[in-house]
Design a protein around this ligand. Structure first.
Ligand code: B12
Length: 249
């Protein structure tokens, strides 16, 4: 079977919501030496996007959406630990505090982004989904990360990314942090409109932008000196990826 055929089968397994088949295809791709991110981007994500479009068009309903999400998660459960193993940098690139914003429970994309950041040398704490605005700002103050990363998948919850930034401004601490946003309804223009520092269309872009923004931060010694390391780092989560994951309230 060619790689393209395998990618198509991966997409189909998500479209039809077959978790076992998705996991088996993920395993097969690893046996064939295919990079985990290639399988995610060229196979499984293509499938979930088709499902999203059909759901949006009223051709699929919530139970099917849930089954597709389960298939996607079954594949990621196999691929995520391998992604994490592909760590390319030993030296820490900086610390990241991530969440899916208040009102939103989508976490598949955010998890991929966190895994890729971790694999590329960032120390990541993931606070989970539906993280209340006040709580997130409190956690930012306590943990003092270099980068604050927020995911939103709903047009109704994306504004909460902006509300977090506004609260940081109100507390007079906005400039201490790099703020990155992402998720399907967001864009580079959106990130600028709400006053974020960076946007990533996918996990590869998220890593590139995070590194670029960290390089800028390091070239400003006064700001860099203020940053303390994130607390509670390095605890392995249930996937063994080295990302500390906390439970959302
Ligand atoms: C899977 C899914 C679900 C699953 C989520 C499971 C889970 N654990 O995540 C379930 C079934 C639970 C679900 C529920 C709902 N969903 Co839904 N869902 C989707 C779907 C099909 C795929 C999302 C996904 O995982 N994509 C794959 C990942 C890899 O892509 P991604 O999330 O975009 O992430 C990438 C980038 O965006 C970026 N990125 C993401 N986050 C971040 C963060 C940073 C900092 C950076 C830099 C980059 C970055 O990198 C990622 C990796 O490449 C989308 C369709 C779509 N096109 O997005 C609908 C979609 C988002 N859902 C939708 C809706 C309406 C809902 C529900 C309201 C349905 C309902 N009636 O209950 C609920 C919402 C519940 C809630 N309060 O959150 C709508 C939203 C419409 C809108 N305009 O707001 C969509 C667009 C479907 C549609 N076309 O109608 N959903």
């Amino acid at each position: 079977m060619s790689h393209d055929d395998l990618y198509q089968k991966m997409a189909d397994s998500v479209i039809t919501g077959e978790a076992e088949s998705a996991a088996a295809l993920a395993r097969q791709s690893l046996e064939l030496g295919i990079a985990p991110l290639a399988s995610i981007d060229n196979g499984f994500v293509k499938g979930i996007r088709v499902v999203g479009d059909r759901f949006g068009a009223g051709e699929l309903f919530l139970p099917e959406l849930v089954m597709s999400a389960e298939a996607m998660k079954a594949a990621l459960a196999i691929l995520e630990p391998e992604l994490a193993k592909s760590a390319v940098a030993r030296e820490t690139q900086g610390s990241v505090l991530a969440c899916t914003v208040q009102g939103d429970i989508h976490d598949i994309g955010k998890r991929i982004v966190c895994t890729m950041l971790s694999a590329n040398g960032f120390t990541v704490v993931d606070l989970g989904v539906n993280v209340k605005i006040d709580r997130f700002v409190q956690e930012i103050k306590t943990r003092n990360p270099d980068i604050v990363a927020m995911s939103a998948l709903l047009t109704t919850t994306a504004p909460n990314q902006g509300k977090v930034i506004k609260l940081l401004q109100k507390e007079g601490i906005r400039d201490q942090y790099i703020v990155m946003v992402g998720g399907a309804p967001t864009s580079l223009q959106w990130s600028k409109d709400i006053g974020a520092d960076g946007y990533g269309e996918n996990a590869t872009e998220a890593v590139r932008v995070a590194k670029e923004l960290m390089a800028k931060k390091r070239s400003k010694p006064a700001v860099a000196a203020e940053a303390a390391p994130v607390s509670a780092l390095g605890e392995a989560d249930e996937h063994g990826s080295g990302i500390a994951r906390a439970v959302a309230d």
